[in-house]
Design a protein around this ligand. Structure first.
Ligand code: MGD
Ligand code: MGD
Ligand code: SF4
Ligand code: MO
Length: 707
């Protein structure tokens, strides 16, 4: 007797685009995964990664039961034993060495799993340590810091109104590969081409002629790490030429004169000298931004994860303010999500520099310390040294700077708990691994990315499959573990109800709930009856009433950002001309460090090689396809080089997330891949000194033929 085929609808949780999927199943089998044509935002689009969700579900390497390390072996243990053992070791560590002797690292997929967002804090509160780290400081910390400083809340993040703009300028983002970031925009290719089809323009500023640059009207090569000079020069020009459109904001703008003075030393000539962008192109860019009715400037990884990340993100906000883009249709707008609506009076806006990391004195932000300090906090003896780590949905030994040093540090830990369903390069060092259910076995409401989307919507999806008997979701693991820890510590503990109940409450009380919006009266029940999601309309102006600063003003000139301009000024002319600058690279078939175990994504020609300009190769007498050794201050790796003028001379590009081979990784396909870990080259001391964010782009390296 064959079972009926069933159709399910579900958001893809793999990247920020959160495309709607139509998943056909029969019994326990996935028959097909397609784009959901009725999804109000993704409208049927998916990328090649979506179908690999079926592979995650069936992957024999995916852990289904807790495991404990015994020598070199992994032994399956019961949940009860695993929770008991883990809680005991963590509490003992804290009782012997103090609260801060336990450290936390939260990785990227945690943000794509809503139970982790609702219940993660429970575990953190039970453990209570200052040593919290996450992928945020390898990524978008500069965005949060500038939003906190200027608008009063770390999640007050204006999103480019891609669907209505006439000029989009992208600094250091590659939506054709990433499908957008801090700009959830499923079907980036179509959305960007639509700008051109309505007579608008797309400009990309990037050291590599990326897939996005390829479809753009203009691509400008920029020397890695030098964008801040260009952005400051643009601000300076806008003031000098009086190309300002600030009327609709003016009553709320505070400190613009300070900005005017502070950038007055940043000339177009200096920007050209530093960045390599012709002076005329910089002037034209400033002119076009100011004279296009609906224009917006946006910057992502390339300008966040570099030495002047916070200054770059601040400058981007300032330019959007000066050209009238902020809070205008076709400019940059706040989202109005059904859950997590940011508005005045909301707390948890963040704090900055309330305390500092023990060894290097780097600032905390919103209770987190920079990930680059993890290795030294583990390895440096003394009061407050980290003796035990907890990692959740992360692979920091591959994704964080100076991977070799971090690996050595992790080897020295007294205890390491990983909450993850793979034995990867990091979790293979763990004493205990607690595996949550797989993505198709739990329900989903995208708390994080519905708040960052270019079009408002809400969508709840039930689980596609029943979880295996005895399996726990991430949030159930936190409830259980936190309960045990509190019991051992003798502190009070109250478990949280299931994530859908928490979100249901937030939605009912939110902007579309019965009280605030009787017409829509959105409830979780309604969402549960709308499998494709509910369209909440295009982004709309109205940001001024929502400002979270105490005085209701936009703080254009926060002291610490203005003061950081001196560091930028002082660093002019300091680039070592003999060194090449290493940048990263993303590909639509890969996703950070964990999607390399699925044949359908890794098959075909390799995508992990070093890209280098033919002139740079010729100068060193190296032929394309040779084995080369790349060396930085902290390490070296050997890999294959390919010649391409996609990268500008003086720049080399290596993607992150690879390097699974020969290190105890229990992922059959991934551990056969030849790509190396580019973060053995990135430097934990090369950072944005203001925010503490890693500078994984613009790393000085040397390249020679491998011996
Ligand atoms: N050089 C360089 N380095 C980079 C970057 C770069 O551009 N260049 N990018 C940085 C950025 S932006 C990021 S976000 C980080 C990403 O790096 P990390 O934050 O370390 O995240 P991933 O590599 O995605 O690690 C994913 C792990 O989460 C597990 N996982 C997946 N889903 C779940 C789940 O639902 N629950 C649990 N518990 N575990 C799950 C997977 O099994 C896998 O082991 O890398 C950073 N590193
Ligand atoms: N397919 C796929 N999609 C993903 C991910 C993935 O791994 N694979 N990861 C997800 C995550 S965690 C994130 S954070 C987002 C990131 O989303 P994006 O930021 O859009 O992705 P990147 O490809 O890292 O784009 C960064 C660009 O900056 C350029 N760049 C490097 N250095 C500099 C510089 O100094 N200046 C300038 N102007 N440009 C520079 C790089 O060449 C690159 O094109 O993508 C998400 N989506
Ligand atoms: S772009 Fe691909 S990986 Fe990202 S959400 Fe859409 S289908 Fe999933
Ligand atoms: Mo990221």
């Amino acid at each position: 007797m064959s079972e009926q085929a069933t159709t399910h609808y579900r958001a893809c949780h793999l990247c920020e685009a959160i495309c709607g999927l139509e998943i056909r199943t029969q019994g326990s089998e996935v028959l097909s995964i397609r784009g959901d044509k009725n999804d109000p935002v993704s409208r049927g689009y998916i990328c090649p990664k979506a179908t690999a969700i079926a592979d995650i579900h069936t992957d024999p390497d995916r852990l289904r039961k807790p495991v404990k390390r015994v020598g070199e072996e992994w032994l399956e243990i019961s949940w009860d034993e695993a929770i008991e053992l883990t809680a005991k070791r963590l509490v003992e560590t804290q009782q012997t060495h103090g609260a801060n002797s336990v450290g936390f690292f939260g990785g990227n997929p945690g943000v794509h799993n809503y139970g982790n967002m609702t219940h993660g804090p429970l575990l953190r509160r039970a453990i209570k340590t200052r040593n919290n780290f996450s992928a945020t400081s390898l990524d978008q910390l500069p965005h949060h810091l500038t939003s906190y400083a200027m608008y009063g809340h770390q999640f007050f993040l204006p999103i480019p109104d891609v669907d209505h703009t006439q000029l989009m300028v992208i600094f250091g983002g590659n939506p054709l590969a990433s499908n957008g970031s801090i700009m959830t925009m499923p079907d980036a290719p179509k959305r960007l081409k639509a700008i051109q089809q309505r007579g608008g323009k797309l400009v990309v500023v990037d050291p590599r002629r990326t897939e996005t640059a390829d479809i753009a009207d203009q691509h400008l090569f920029v020397k890695p790490g030098q964008d801040a000079y260009v952005l400051m020069a643009i601000i300076n020009l806008l003031f000098k030429e009086n190309w300002l459109k600030t009327e609709h904001l003016s009553a709320h703008l505070d400190g613009l004169d300070t900005v005017r003075q502070a950038v007055s030393g940043f000339s177009v000539d200096l920007a050209t000298k530093q960045s390599g962008i012709p002076a005329e192109a910089i002037r034209q860019l400033a002119y076009d931004l100011a004279h296009t009715e609906q224009a917006v400037i946006y910057g992502r990884m390339g300008v966040s994860v570099q030495e002047f990340g916070a200054l770059c993100q601040w400058a981007i906000q300032i330019i959007n303010i000066l050209i009238g883009a902020l809070d205008s249709v076709g400019g940059s707008l706040l989202t109005s999500p059904a859950f997590g609506y940011v508005k005045k009076g909301l707390n948890a806006g963040g704090h900055f520099d309330l305390f500092q990391s023990r060894v290097s004195g780097l600032p905390e932000f919103a209770g987190e310390l920079p990930a680059v300090t993890m290795a030294e906090e583990i390895s440096t003896p003394g009061d407050g040294q980290i003796r035990a780590m907890v990692t959740i949905a992360g692979n920091p030994l591959i994704s964080s700077a100076n991977g070799s040093e971090l690996s050595a540090a992790f080897e020295g830990l007294d205890f390491f708990l990983a909450i993850d369903f793979y034995i990867n390069a990091t979790t293979q060092h763990a004493d205990v691994i607690l595996p949550p259910t797989g993505p198709l076995e739990h329900d989903h409401y995208d708390i994080a990315f519905l708040r960052l989307a270019v079009h408002d919507s809400a969508r709840y999806n039930p689980a596609v499959f029943e979880p295996a008997e005895g399996a726990l979701h991430d949030w159930q693991i936190y409830n259980a573990l936190a309960a045990k820890i509190c019991e051992l510590k003798g502190t009070e503990f109250r478990p949280l109800p299931a994530p859908d109940q928490l979100v249901a409450h937030g939605i009912a009380e939110g902007e579309y709930g019965a009280e605030k919006n009787p017409q829509i009266s959105l409830t979780m029940d309604k969402l549960k009856q709308s499998p494709h999601g509910v369209d909440l309309g295009p982004l709309r102006p109205g940001l001024l009433e929502r400002l979270c600063t105490e005085d209701g003003k936009i703080h254009c000139a926060p002291d610490f950002l203005i003061n950081d301009l001196k560091r930028l000024q002082d660093s002019a002319g300091q680039l070592d001309a003999d060194k090449l600058l290493l940048i990263g690279r993303r590909h639509v078939r890969s996703n950070n460090s964990w999607m390399h175990n699925y044949h359908r994504l890794v098959k075909g020609k390799p995508r992990w090689q070093l890209m280098m300009h033919p002139d740079d190769l010729a100068q060193r007498g190296i032929a394309s396809d040779s084995q080369v050794t790349i060396e930085s201050r902290v390490g070296s790796v050997t890999t294959t080089v390919i010649a391409t003028d996609e990268v500008m001379p003086g720049v080399v590009s290596l993607p992150h997330g690879w390097g699974h081979k020969g290190r105890g990784v229990k992922m059959e396909i991934a551990s056969q891949q030849d790509g190396v870990n580019c973060n053995e080259l990135t430097d934990d001391k090369l950072i944005d000194k203001l925010s503490g964010n890693a500078a994984l782009n613009g790393v000085p390296v040397q390249v020679r033929l491998a011996s």
